[in-house]
Design a binder for this molecule. Structure first.
Ligand SMILES: *Cc1c(COP(=O)(O)O)cnc(C)c1O
Length: 424
């Protein structure tokens, strides 16, 4: 029955190999396969489904919009749906945070917004070099790939990935070296041979690269260093943004104000493709049409994005609920990590996970969890981190049930290696 997936679809397919079910329906935090089996979702479309599957509060306005004969596709022409989105984003997100950003629609994916950010930073500064961090993930097109860490993904480029270098992310040397010692020195030394960069691009939590979370003080140090040397700071909030860490933008807690911000994944709120590149008003150096694309500003995505902002970000209620969910998740993860010698919790907010001393354990735990009806993936250069990413809207009972399945799966994997622990 599954043959067409294997005979026709390219070998590049990935998630469908670890999760071979044919998923037919979804609601909230549950996905249902064609054969009726149900899966609890601790994956959330890699962060594209922060408000759950088919959220009725977003589905209703979408269905109304589609049934009304309103414009669906319009490149970047003016539509009432785009006006409402821009007005709502300004009123509920930018103004309350005192962010004077302009909004660019760069094409609908995360890698599109990263490309736009890099291109703009180079255009504005007239410099070519960009610094990014060890284990960073910014997307699969050439510019984004050049600032990504993963060697397997980089090799896929097939050509040299140039004009960027990697610098150590927070705690890369386990606290033994001053975080910015090397960077500070080379920026001040005209003989260092390191070209002055146009920008530094950073994730506040490394979603794909192993769930390390930068400390607020480290982000402030990075921001200060960038300001001092007139280097633009780009925060790639594609995965950590839209409430995932407990605030709309993941950098709010640190108090920094990036020059450029990349958003995608959950900005449409409904799993529809959409991306934004935000930048300081004075950086808007684009000529009309200089960076364009056919699918910028897709009206159905504007409709669900607007509904999501109005439903969840008009006051503090949702953020307060999410804070409770974050606390419950971390209690559960701490308990599970505490049960395995050498394991520890990584990440921040609802972008968190557990790293095991045995690099194969996380993958085996994820496989055990799938057998028990839970979707959970892995992260990190060797897939050594179990990545736990429930919807922000997940109910208490579902969260606890999923944590229970994780605890059981961990016992099954770790117990099979150390039989003495199996009954513990
Ligand atoms: C997923 C992701 C991207 C790429 O987004 P796509 O939509 O897959 O192109 C870029 N940056 C970060 C931090 C991401 O998590």
């Amino acid at each position: 029955m599954n043959d067409i997936f294997e005979t026709l679809e390219s070998d590049v397919r990935g998630y469908c190999r670890t999760w071979p079910a044919v998923f037919a329906h979804a609601s909230g935090s549950t996905m249902t396969a064609e054969d009726g089996s149900e899966y609890l979702d601790f994956f959330s479309g890699a962060g594209a489904l922060n408000y759950g599957h088919n959220n009725p509060e977003l589905l209703r306005p979408l269905l109304d919009y589609l049934a009304s004969g309103a414009v669906v596709h319009s490149l970047d022409m003016k539509t009432p749906a785009k006006r409402r989105f821009l007005e709502t984003f300004q009123r509920l997100i930018l103004e309350p945070r005192n962010l004077d950003y302009k909004v660019m629609f760069p094409g609908p994916t995360g890698t599109n917004t990263v490309e736009a950010a890099l291109k703009l930073a180079r255009k504005v500064t007239g410099r070519q070099h960009v610094l990014s961090f060890t284990n960073a993930f910014h997307g699969m097109t050439l510019g984004a790939l050049s600032v990504t860490g993963n060697s397997m993904k980089r090799a896929g480029a097939g050509i040299p990935l140039t004009n960027s270098s990697k610098i150590p992310y927070d705690d890369y040397f386990n606290g033994e070296t001053d975080d910015f010692m090397w960077l500070e020195r080379v920026l001040e030394d005209s003989g260092s041979g390191v070209d002055k960069p146009a920008a530094v691009i950073v994730e506040t939590v490394q979603g794909e690269g192993g769930l390390k979370a930068a400390r607020a003080g480290w982000l402030r140090g990075l921001s200060d260093l960038c300001k001092k040397h007139q280097i633009l700071l780009i925060v790639d909030d594609v995965q950590a943004g839209c409430g995932r860490t407990g605030t709309f933008f993941s950098f709010e807690e640190s108090g920094i104000e990036p020059d450029i911000v990349c958003l995608s994944k959950s900005i449409s709120g409904f799993g529809l493709p959409m991306a934004l590149t935000l930048f300081r008003r004075d950086l808007d150096a684009w000529s009309p049409g200089e960076h364009n694309g056919t699918f910028r500003g897709h009206n159905p995505a504007f409709v669900t994005a607007t509904a999501a902002l109005e439903r969840y970000w008009a006051d503090d209620d949702f953020q307060n609920d999410v804070a409770g969910t974050i606390a419950a998740l971390h209690r559960g993860l701490d308990a599970i990590a505490g049960s395995v010698e050498g394991a520890s919790v990584r990440g921040r907010g609802l972008l968190a996970g557990i790293v095991f001393p045995d690099v194969d354990a996380a993958g085996e735990v994820a496989a055990e969890a799938y057998r028990r009806g839970l979707l959970v993936e892995t992260s990190g250069p060797s897939d050594e981190v179990l990545k736990v990413m429930p919807a922000l809207t997940i109910g208490h009972a579902d969260l606890e049930r999923g944590l229970g399945i994780l605890a059981e799966s961990v016992r099954a994997v770790v117990g099979s290696r150390t039989p003495a622990l199996a009954g513990a």
